[in-house]
Design a protein around this ligand. Structure first.
Ligand code: UDP
Ligand code: MG
Length: 324
């Protein structure tokens, strides 16, 4: 199979049919073998009904339905796991990304051997104040911290070589930084392509103002992880130990001074070093515990089920393909 088109969606009933038809027109005229994977991220409108209908009329349409809203990252992750195409393309469901870009993205991965090509909405049709400006700031910060020189990390339209998506884990809210995850996993052949972008035709954006806070926290996390390797929490732990040792050093100094050198000097508790020793030891312990906590979180998260699937369609087709 040439292509998997992965589409995460939340309440996009108005767009789905139009999007499907548009994608299919493009793919058929280019003679691709393909699957379209709709990941319904807990929609409460008729989105799933529409996906079921589409899959009945087009056997290349598959759908996964989450029990509730787990977020775009989880939806993408589920799509990555299920995808069977050699080139995997992600796009938003709201008709803002243009399916006409697919053939060229495919070529860039297949022939030019990019690991990943990210879309760049150079000419955007979103609110300037609430989207374009903050996103410029984001992208600048993301470039600086990650070393991946993309202009538009958040663009929903991206193409991947199959091997990339099968080896990265998109957790938390990391969908914005998939290229950075890829780079950290050793896929450094990353490309960028200017893509057409439309204004949202139906419904409204699913990400409110909290996206800025989330985005910055994710950015901090990703910077930290890329900076300090696989075990970033070791840094906190080590800092804690260091601090504790400094405090302990002061304590020893005070003790030795009092016992052997200056027994009739000031009371230990009256000396400034006492407070340094005390604070450094307490802070050191705290920091060490923070590192330990992080370590526990990282280790226990490995086998966590992050989403639950209530329905799946299109798997019959899969069986047929295997047996033929
Ligand atoms: N989306 C999703 N889960 C969510 C929020 C959004 O699957 O919790 C989907 C949404 O339906 C769309 C894509 O992610 O297909 C991008 O969302 P949106 O268009 O709202 O983001 P924006 O274009 O404003 O960045
Ligand atoms: Mg959108």
């Amino acid at each position: 199979m040439d292509l998997s088109i992965i589409i995460p969606l939340l309440n996009e009933e108005e767009s789905l049919k139009e999007l499907h038809d548009w994608i299919v027109t493009v793919l058929r005229s280019n003679h691709f073998t393909y699957e379209i994977l709709f990941i319904d991220d807990g929609s409460t409108d008729d989105s799933w009904k529409i996906i079921t209908g589409l899959s009945e009329s087009n056997p290349n349409v598959k759908g996964l339905r989450f029990r509730t809203n787990f977020g775009k990252s989880q939806a993408l992750h589920a799509g990555f796991k299920a995808a069977e195409g050699n080139v995997v393309i992600t796009m938003d469901a709201d008709l803002q990304d243009d399916p006409e870009e697919i053939p060229e993205l495919y070529r860039l991965i297949k022939e030019d051997k990019f690991d990943l090509v990210s879309g760049w909405k150079k000419k955007r049709f979103d609110s300037v104040l609430f989207k374009n400006m903050p996103s410029k700031l984001f992208n600048w910060a993301a470039r600086r911290t990650s070393g991946v020189k993309l202009h538009d990390f958040n663009c929903g339209l991206k193409a991947f070589d199959k091997k990339v998506i099968k080896t990265i884990e998109v957790s938390g809210e990391m969908h914005r930084y998939i290229p950075v995850l890829a780079k950290n996993a050793g896929y450094s052949n990353i490309g960028e392509k200017i893509v057409k972008h439309q204004a949202r035709k139906y419904g409204k954006t699913k990400f409110g103002m909290e996206r800025f806070i989330n985005g910055f926290l994710d950015l901090l996390t990703i910077w930290f992880v890329s900076k300090f390797g696989r075990q970033p929490m070791h840094l906190f732990g080590a800092l804690g130990v260091l601090m504790f040792i400094i405090g302990f050093g002061f304590a020893i100094y005070l003790g030795v001074d009092k016992l052997f050198i200056n027994p009739y000097g000031r009371l230990i508790t009256d000396r400034p070093q006492f407070f340094i020793a005390l604070t450094a030891m307490i802070l050191g312990t705290q920091l060490f515990l923070a590192g330990f906590l992080g370590e526990i979180l990282i280790r226990s998260r490995k086998n966590e089920t992050r989403y639950t699937i209530s329905e799946e369609i299109g798997s019959e087709t899969k069986v047929k393909q295997y047996s033929s």
